[in-house]
Design a protein around this ligand. Structure first.
Ligand code: ZN
Length: 352
C-alpha cells in the first residue's frame, strides 16, 4: 500500500511506524536513524566550511508544464504531484533525475521556516523539489532508500513580492485547508517558472529526507538565489490545518539543522573577499562592520540601518563572486530587503 508520510509517499507493507499521525515528538523513538544517522538533513550551511568545487556545472532543468497540477494537504505540508516527465541533470548528479513532487516548509511567522540555514540565518520558507534517479531505478519508491536514489533542489524563500506562478498554487490552497483535501489547479502550471533564473550558484552535500523515514538517500542541492513570496501567500500556507478540525494549523513544519560531521559541503561558486558599501539608498542611516575578510571564508558584513519608517534592521550580507562583467551580487538576509548589485570598483572600499 502507499503510505503518505508527510511530504513523501513511499510504498510500505507496514504503516504502523509511518503513520501521518506520528509527529516530530515521536520521531526520536520510532526512527533510530533520526539520531544515529551519519548523513542527516537539513544542515546549517556554514559558509566557512564550504569547499569551492570548480567542476560543479549549473543544474540543467528540463521541466514540462503541468496541464492541471494536483496539490494535496498532507497534514504536514502542501505537496504538488508531478505527472509530466520533468527532469534535471548536471551539477553533482550523474545521469537524469525525474521530478516526483514538490512541497514547502514554513514557520508560524516569517522569521523562521526554512530547514536549511545559512550561517545560522533562517528564512520564512523553503521549497523542496524532489527527484529520483531514473537512470538506475524504475520508480520513486525503488529509489527512495538508495544512497544515490534521490536529488532534492532546495530554495530559500523570503518574504517579499508576490510570486506570480505560485499564486496559482496559493489560490488552490484555499480549497485544501483541511488535511487530506486535494484539488486541481485549473490553469497550466510550469514548475520551471517557480525557480530563479540563475541556477549556477548552489551548495551541495550528501543528506537525507528531513521527514520520516529519514532515508539517507538525498543529494541536496541548495541554491544561493532565492525566491520571494508575499506575506499574503505565506499566510495562506499557515492557514492549512493538520486535521479536518478547527484550530490545528500546519506551522513550523521544519526540522532543525543537524551536524555536518565528516561530510563535504561543496559550492559551485567562490566566495569573494573584500568589500562595499553605500547601498540601501532608501535608508536614513547606515553603519556597517566587516565581520570577516578572508579569501576562503565568507565575507560577511553586518549592517545596521534605519529605514524611513524608523525601523531598525540588522542585515547580514554575503558577497558572492559572479562572472557578470563588472558587477558582483550580494544577498541581503533580511525580510523585505531585496538583493542589489554593486559595481566591482567599489570592491576595495574600506569599511568604517
Ligand atoms: Zn521537504
Amino acid at each position: 500500500m502507499t503510505t503518505v508520510v508527510s511530504d513523501i509517499s513511499i510504498n510500505q507493507s507496514s504503516n504502523d511506524k509511518l503513520s501521518i499521525q506520528t509527529g516530530p515528538d515521536t520521531w526520536y523513538n520510532n526512527y533510530p536513524i533520526f539520531s544515529s544517522g551519519k548523513r542527516q538533513s537539513p544542515i546549517d550551511i556554514g559558509t566557512e566550511y564550504v569547499d569551492y568545487d570548480s567542476s560543479l556545472s549549473p543544474i540543467k532543468i528540463n521541466y514540462k508544464p503541468e496541464k492541471h497540477l494536483h496539490i494535496v494537504n498532507t497534514g504536514l505540508s502542501v505537496r504538488a504531484d508531478i505527472k509530466e516527465t520533468s527532469e534535471i541533470s548536471g551539477g553533482p548528479l550523474e545521469g537524469k533525475y525525474r521530478l516526483e513532487q514538490f512541497h514547502f516548509h514554513w514557520g508560524s511567522n516569517s522569521n523562521k521556516g526554512s530547514e536549511h540555514t545559512l550561517n545560522g540565518y533562517t528564512y520564512a520558507s523553503e521549497l523542496h523539489l524532489v527527484h529520483w534517479n531514473k537512470g538506475k531505478y524504475s520508480s520513486f519508491a525503488e529509489a527512495a532508500d538508495k544512497s544515490d536514489g534521490l536529488a532534492v533542489l532546495g530554495f530559500f524563500i523570503k518574504e517579499g513580492h508576490e510570486h506570480k506562478e505560485l499564486r496559482k498554487l496559493t489560490d488552490g490552497i484555499q480549497r485544501i485547508f483541511d488535511k487530506d483535501a486535494l484539488t486541481k489547479i485549473p490553469d497550466k502550471f510550469d514548475p520551471k517558472h517557480i525557480l530563479p533564473s540563475d541556477l549556477s550558484n548552489y551548495w551541495t552535500y550528501d543528506g537525507s529526507l528531513t521527514t520520516p523515514p529519514f532515508y539517507e538517500s538525498v543529494q541536496w542541492i541548495v541554491f544561493a538565489d532565492m525566491i520571494e513570496m508575499s506575506p499574503e501567500q505565506l499566510n495562506l500556507l499557515r492557514c492549512m490545518r493538520s486535521c479536518s478540525c478547527e484550530g490545528k494549523y500546519i506551522i513550523d513544519n521544519y526540522r532543525c539543522p543537524l551536524p555536518l560531521g565528516e561530510r563535504k559541503l561543496r559550492s559551485s561558486f567562490r566566495m569573494l573577499g573584500g568589500v562595499l558599501i553605500d547601498l540601501l539608498r532608501e535608508a536614513e542611516s547606515i553603519t556597517y562592520t566587516l565581520v570577516s575578510r578572508h579569501q576562503y571564508s565568507s565575507p560577511r558584513l553586518k549592517i545596521s540601518y534605519t529605514s524611513h519608517l524608523g525601523t531598525e534592521l540588522n542585515v547580514h550580507v554575503l558577497i558572492l563572486e559572479k562572472c557578470l562583467g563588472d558587477t558582483i551580487r550580494t544577498m541581503v538576509h533580511a525580510p523585505g530587503v531585496t538583493s542589489f548589485q554593486l559595481p566591482m570598483e567599489r570592491d576595495n572600499r574600506q569599511s568604517t
